[in-house]
Ligand binder design. Structure first.
Ligand SMILES: NC(=O)c1ccc[n+]([C@@H]2O[C@H](COP(=O)([O-])OP(=O)(O)OC[C@H]3O[C@@H](n4cnc5c(N)ncnc54)[C@H](O)[C@@H]3O)[C@@H](O)[C@H]2O)c1
Ligand SMILES: N[C@@H](CCO)C(=O)O
Ligand code: NA
Length: 436
C-alpha cells in the first residue's frame, strides 16, 4: 500500500520535532500503522530554513494554502498556531477532503464547533491530541479509555510555562521575570507568553477537556480565567506552612444545574501526587463514577513530547482512513446528535473552599469580628493562622482556610470584611481543591 501523504504547515518547535520523530521511528510506526506515513510537503514562512531542516525528503512551499488543498496530500498537519490564519487553512483542508491533525488549542477552543461540524459534513477526522497536555494521551483516555464512566470532574496542571515558573519561584526563590525568560528559551511558552501567564492557554485546554468529558460544545468564552501574574510569594509561603502547594489548575466539574469551567491558582494538599508535579511537567486528574480517581502525568510541551501526540494522531488517522465515518470515535467523545446543552455556571455559583489572607490591625477583637462575618454568611472555618507580629509592629497577616461554600456567598462576606477599618489592604482570595 502506498504511504499516506502528509502536508506539514508550520515547521517550528513542534513541526520540526514531528518531522524528526517521524523520520527516526518510521519503521516502528509502519509496523503499527500498517502502512508508511511520509511527509510529502512542508510550508514555513522562512523557506530556506525549511529546506535546511527537511533536505530532499519533502517539497518546500511558501504558501501554506498550497499544502492545505494539494490533491496528493491525504492529511494536513497544522502547526502554525494563532487563530484566524489557522482557521482558514484548516477549513480549506477539510473542504478539500483532507483529514487534519492540529496542536492548536486556541483554534479549537474558539472555533471547535464550526471545525468539527465542517469535518463531520465532509466525513473527515480532525485529531488534536497534541492540543491538550502535549505528549500525555489525555484526549485518548477521556474519549476512549474512560468511555464507560460518567465523568464527575477533572483538574489539571495543563500549562508547562506557569508550572515551571511556580516551581522555580518556590524552590529557588527566583523572581518572575527571569524564570519566564528561561521558559521561553526552553520552547515551552506560547508565541505570546501572556497567554501562558494569564491562564488563557490553560483555559483553552480546560475548555476542550470539558467538552469531551461532558459532551457539551466547546465554549471558551464561558471559561473563568485567572493567571499567576498577581500571585504573591507570601501566599506561596503561607500555603506551604498550612500543608498546601499552589498550582495553576484548569478545573471542570459537573454540578446539579450546570458545569463549572475555570482556571485559577489553586491550593492543593501537598500530599497529593499532583501537588508534586514540578517544572514544565503536566498532570491531569480525572474522576469517573466507575473508575474513581485516575492520574495522567508527563511532558505537556516541547518539540518531541508534542510530536509524540501529533504522530499518534497520524497513526490513528491512517488506521481510520478507510473506515466508515460513522464508526469512528466522535470528535467530542459523544455522538453529534447526543450533545447536551448543560449550561456553564457563573463563578458566583461555583462551590470551593477558600484561602483568605487579610492584613489586619493587630488589636483585640479583630479576629472575632472577621470570624463573625463568616458565621453570618454560614461559611465554616477549617484553619486559622496568624503571623506573629514583630516588635512595635501594628499590623499582621491573618490567614483563614474555609470549608466548601458558594463563591457568591464568599464574595458577599469579603465585601463586608474589606469595609472594616481594621482590614488594612485588599484581601487575597485563593481557591482550594482537595482533589480526592
Ligand atoms: N511548543 C510546544 O511545546 C507546544 C506544545 C503543544 C502545542 N503547541 C501548539 O503547537 C503549535 C505550534 O507551536 P510551536 O511552538 O511549534 O510554534 P513555533 O512558533 O515554534 O512554530 C510555528 C511555525 O509556523 C510557521 N508559520 C507561522 N505562520 C505561518 C504561515 N502563515 N505560513 C507558513 N508558516 C507559518 C512559523 O514560521 C514557524 O515555523 C501552536 O498551536 C502551539 O500552541 C505547542
Ligand atoms: N505554552 C504551552 C505549550 C504546550 O501547550 C505550555 O507552556 O504548556
Ligand atoms: Na495530549
Amino acid at each position: 500500500m502506498r504511504d499516506l501523504q502528509v502536508g506539514l504547515i508550520g515547521l517550528g518547535v513542534v513541526g520540526t520535532g514531528t518531522f524528526e520523530v517521524l523520520r527516526r521511528n518510521q519503521d516502528e510506526i509502519r509496523r503499527r500503522a500498517g502502512r508508511g506515513i511520509a511527509v510529502r510537503m512542508v510550508s514555513r514562512r522562512d523557506v530556506a530554513k525549511a529546506r535546511e531542516i527537511v533536505g530532499d525528503a519533502a517539497e518546500v512551499v511558501a504558501d501554506p494554502m498550497t499544502v492545505a488543498t494539494h490533491p496528493e496530500i491525504d492529511i494536513v498537519v497544522e502547526l502554525i498556531g494563532g487563530v484566524e490564519r489557522a482557521r482558514e487553512l484548516v477549513l480549506a483542508a477539510i473542504g478539500a477532503g483532507k483529514h487534519v491533525v492540529t496542536a492548536n488549542k486556541a483554534l479549537l477552543a474558539v472555533h471547535g464547533t464550526e471545525i468539527f461540524e465542517a469535518a463531520r459534513a465532509k466525513g473527515v477526522v480532525v485529531a488534536f491530541e497534541a492540543a491538550v497536555a502535549g505528549g500525555i494521551p489525555i484526549i485518548k483516555a477521556l474519549r476512549e479509555g474512560l468511555t464507560a464512566n460518567r465523568i464527575e470532574w477533572l483538574a489539571g496542571i495543563i500549562n508547562g510555562t506557569t508550572n515551571f515558573i511556580l516551581s522555580e519561584m518556590r524552590s529557588k526563590g527566583l523572581d518572575f521575570g527571569s524564570v519566564l525568560a528561561e521558559a521561553q528559551r526552553l520552547g515551552y511558552a506560547e508565541a505570546d507568553p501572556t497567554f501562558d501567564i494569564e491562564g488563557v492557554d490553560a483555559a483553552h485546554k480546560a475548555t476542550i477537556m470539558s467538552a469531551i468529558a461532558f459532551g457539551v460544545p466547546v465554549q471558551f468564552s464561558r471559561c473563568h480565567v485567572e493567571g499567576i501574574s498577581s500571585l504573591q510569594a507570601a501566599d506561596i509561603r503561607y500555603a506551604e506552612q498550612l500543608g498546601y502547594r499552589i498550582k495553576l489548575l484548569g478545573v471542570t466539574r459537573r454540578r446539579q444545574h450546570g458545569i463549572e469551567l475555570r482556571v485559577h491558582p489553586t491550593l492543593i494538599p501537598a500530599t497529593r501526587l499532583i501537588a508534586n508535579v514540578e517544572g514544565a511537567m503536566n498532570a491531569v486528574v480525572v474522576h469517573g463514577d466507575a473508575v474513581g480517581t485516575t492520574l495522567y502525568y508527563g511532558k505537556g510541551a516541547g518539540a518531541e513530547p508534542t510530536a509524540s501526540a501529533v504522530i499518534a494522531d497520524l497513526v490513528d488517522v491512517t488506521r481510520l482512513h478507510t473506515a466508515d465515518p460513522d464508526h469512528r470515535v466522535p470528535h467530542l467523545a459523544f455522538q453529534p446528535g447526543a450533545m447536551a446543552d448543560t449550561p456553564i455556571l457563573p463563578m458566583s455559583e461555583v462551590v470551593t473552599s477558600f484561602y483568605l489572607r487579610l492584613v489586619v490591625a493587630d488589636q483585640a477583637g479583630v479576629l472575632a469580628r472577621i470570624t463573625g462575618i463568616l458565621a453570618e454568611h454560614d461559611i465554616s472555618i477549617d484553619a486559622v493562622l496568624q503571623r506573629e507580629s514583630g516588635e512595635g509592629e501594628r499590623q499582621t497577616d491573618l490567614i483563614i482556610l474555609t470549608h466548601d461554600t458558594v463563591e457568591g456567598r464568599m464574595d458577599a462576606a469579603l465585601a463586608q470584611m474589606q469595609a472594616l477599618p481594621t482590614v488594612l489592604a485588599p484581601i487575597v482570595k485563593l481557591r482550594k481543591e482537595e482533589l480526592k
